[in-house]
Design a protein around this ligand. Structure first.
Ligand code: SAH
Length: 213
């Protein structure tokens, strides 16, 4: 399925009205069809600005939240990006339009397999997806210019901070899983880390270890 021009225009209008103004981010989201990352009846709701269920009891994020997080990450064309929490693969696909290389990890093998199939279908050859506990990052591929975490931890995981390049940016939700969390932006400087609180968000929790599926 792909959106008709009218639906696509409304989708982009909703993104803009919720604060996604970066033209490169809007361009990437115009190009990547969210319906391909959803199954069955939910695919018909792909252009609504709502989170929707995916396999393994997880959710695909709300498009405006994907847009705002991507915008906050300020991805540059030469960047190597790590995403923790592949889920449907939609966010990684959006990042793939803006970065040189995207690594994405999820704790569910099934989600990674399904996302890989869509990346192949779309010929998104600059994404590599792994099944792993993403709170440890990907030491073999580090350092990263940008890190995006799409599941909420109580604090930024130490290994992810360590794998961020100096001058790099990490965007992540922090806080207790069942309450409102804060989206924060961390910049690594020569001497340490600068933290900035962006807005309230609600994500599924970052969970230790691999999933059953
Ligand atoms: N970015 C996704 C949505 C993410 S939902 C998309 O675009 O669809 C959050 C995802 O984080 C879930 O798929 C969940 O399995 C994953 N997750 C939670 N804890 C994790 C961990 N420790 N390591 C890797 N993935 C994790």
């Amino acid at each position: 399925m792909s959106a008709d021009p009218e639906t696509l225009m409304q989708f982009l209008f909703a993104l803009r009205s919720r604060g996604v103004t970066d033209t490169r981010v809007l361009g990437a989201m115009e190009k990547i069809d969210r319906a391909l990352f959803l199954k069955g009846l939910f695919a018909g709701r792909a252009y609504e600005d709502v989170p929707l269920p995916i396999a393994c009891g997880q959710t695909i994020s709300q498009p405006s939240v994907v847009g705002i997080m991507t915008q906050a990450l300020d991805v540059q064309p030469r960047d190597k990006v790590l995403e923790v929490g592949t889920g449907s693969g939609y966010q990684a696909a959006v990042l793939s339009q803006l970065a040189r290389r995207v690594y994405t990890v999820d704790r569910y093998r099934r989600l990674v397999a399904e996302a890989r199939a869509v990346f192949e279908e779309l010929d998104l050859t600059n994404i590599t997806a792994f099944t792993a506990d993403g709170s440890f990052g990907l030491p073999d591929q580090a350092p990263f210019d940008r890190i995006l975490v799409t599941a909420a931890a109580e604090d930024p995981p130490g290994p992810l901070l360590a794998q961020l390049r100096i001058g790099g940016i990490m965007v992540l939700p922090v806080g207790q899983s069942d309450t409102i969390q804060s989206l924060i932006r961390v910049r690594r400087t020569e001497s340490g880390f600068d933290y900035e609180e962006l807005r309230p968000v609600r994500f599924v929790p970052l969970v230790e270890g691999l999933g059953q599926d």
